[in-house]
Design a protein around this ligand. Sequence first.
Ligand code: UDP
Ligand code: MG
Length: 142
Amino acid sequence: MPGVERTLSIVKPDGVEKNVIGDVIRRFEGSGLDVVALKMLRLSPEEAGRFYYVHRERPFYRDLAGYMSSGPVVVMVLEGEGAINRVREIMGATDPAKAAPGTIRADHAESIERNIVHGSDSSGSADFEIPFFFPEVGIFSR
Ligand code: UDP
Ligand code: MG
């Protein structure tokens, strides 16, 4: 058992545009996760590039920074038992064509890039991504 974890999720610009903020949060809450921090903001291309720095050598990096800064996003911290993998399962695979039926990406995403939602992929990623957006005093464990 991984125990209680925190993970960062983002409703990406296409998710905000499609009015699925509530649907994404409902799915997370419905699986027993707690929202312990939440806000809407718009990333600059530089900030988006820093957030996705791990992908700096990938061919899609520049387009990804452009997409992620193209409109407002909703960022949140989710807390609960096995939160990191639970969020990844609810999201579905990166490519919506490969995402399992009933996942957020299978239901809403239009392409491997414009795929609605982000979730930390490991505890190491969560340790970088959560403080990227939220100071510890801005997180409300219950
Ligand atoms: N992405 C892309 N093309 C690819 C792979 C990824 O545009 O071939 C984008 C997509 O928005 C993805 C993000 O880059 O969500 C980060 O990629 P990663 O492999 O970390 O996927 P994720 O963890 O989001 O499933
Ligand atoms: Mg990732």
